[in-house]
Write a protein that binds this ligand. Structure first.
Ligand code: HEM
Length: 334
């Protein structure tokens, strides 16, 4: 459908586009990178709450023991600390959404920033509800799932405001195999994070006490839910590893001169090796707080890295990726 723009509207768009290229856009890009980094820290700090068994050490919400800042003794340090970092990330997201809505010429990117803001508000409510209802599994898993989805949103905002995305320089050729493989990898990692969250929040983390075997066998008796979900997470790790290997191999074989893809592909391989080792140490250390929390955080890092590869490969090839491109590369039609 052809849309007509008033001359003032087009001029305003061009002005904003120019501002994006010069300075203003770069500052917002850095701010969105900072917000993504803060969200990563938040995921680690949030993971610590469960790993240290501190989830119910503050029984009320939104205040903590009726106060804004209670004495940080025992588990209160982790639970209240998580709330403080979450508050900071919510404020960063609010600022990012306002800034994006004021300066961003691409309507879809503005929508993304507003969705991120809605997600962080919903996430805070889910966090509060899970405390007030004393950790029902469904709410705790939803809180874990939304945390990862929110992280994807801020990572996407950081990516699409980056210099290589907004420059409108000639795009690489479309690689359908890489597109399919990277999207499948991202989806599989997200499902794996969900299965991990169910494992964690149903207390099935040690339902299979040995690793790499399971009760000394390749496949354990799957009659009980905790063993079945724990085993599903291990099988998921194999699927994720195979897809990551396929995506990284494709990047290194077909796009080895494109650092936008080779850098995240190599990082992805390293992160998966680290994650498999951390998964093993979760079992071997009987869920020691540090490796278990690192396992949650590295899961998020894997998701973000594979998402970056998927989005960059989707942007390549002007025809299929046009909706992702900067307006200067599409006649300001976004
Ligand atoms: C690439 C592969 C993997 C990914 C992306 C991944 C990711 C995750 C994530 C994100 C969680 C926590 C979810 C949450 O609470 O939000 C989790 C939990 C868990 N993962 Fe993995 N994981 C992987 C492989 C493994 C492997 C190989 C093992 C070995 C047994 C393992 C063992 C566990 C255990 C035991 C839990 C529950 C921890 C608890 O109860 O606190 N994971 N995984």
């Amino acid at each position: 459908m052809v849309t007509t723009r008033l001359p003032e509207e087009s001029a305003r768009l061009r002005e904003r586009t120019a501002a994006l290229g010069a300075g203003l856009g770069r500052a917002r890009h850095r701010f969105s990178l900072f917000t993504a980094a803060a969200t990563f820290v938040l995921i680690f700090v949030g993971g610590l709450v469960t790993s240290t068994g501190s989830s119910l050490s503050v029984p009320d919400w939104p205040l903590s023991y009726g106060q804004f800042f209670p004495p940080l003794v025992g588990g209160v340090l982790y639970e209240h600390g998580h709330r403080m970092v979450a508050g900071a990330v919510a404020l960063l997201t609010l600022a990012l959404a306002v800034w994006t809505c004021r300066e961003e010429p691409r309507a879809w990117a503005r929508r993304l920033a507003v969705i991120a803001l809605a997600a962080v508000v919903l996430q805070a409510i889910l966090g509060g509800v899970t405390v007030l209802l004393r950790l029902p599994t469904a709410v705790s898993v939803a809180h874990a799932a939304l945390a990862q989805a929110f992280f994807c949103l801020v990572v996407t905002l950081a990516l699409v405001t980056g210099p290589d995305w907004v420059s409108g320089t000639p795009l690489a050729q479309r690689d359908a195999v890489l597109q399919a493989s990277s999207v499948a990898t991202t989806a599989s990692v997200y499902v794996q994070l969900l299965v991990g969250a169910v494992t964690r929040h149903t207390g099935a983390g040690l339902a299979i006490p040995d690793f790499p075997l399971a009760y000394g066998r390749l496949v354990p008796d799957l009659a009980s839910f905790p063993v079945a979900i724990h085993f599903a997470h291990r099988v998921g790790a194999l699927v994720v590893s195979a897809l990551v290997l396929a995506t990284a191999t494709r990047v290194l074989a077909a796009r080895r001169r494109d650092p936008r893809l080779t850098r995240p592909a190599l990082l992805l391989l390293a992160l998966v090796v680290l994650q498999l080792s951390l998964g093993a140490s979760v079992v071997w250390t009987r869920k020691a707080a540090l490796p278990t929390t690192a396992h949650v955080a590295i899961g998020a890092a894997i998701l973000a890295t594979t998402l970056v590869i998927a989005l960059r490969s989707l942007r390549d090839g002007a025809a299929s990726g046009a909706w992702l491109a900067h307006p200067s590369a599409q006649g300001a039609s976004a």
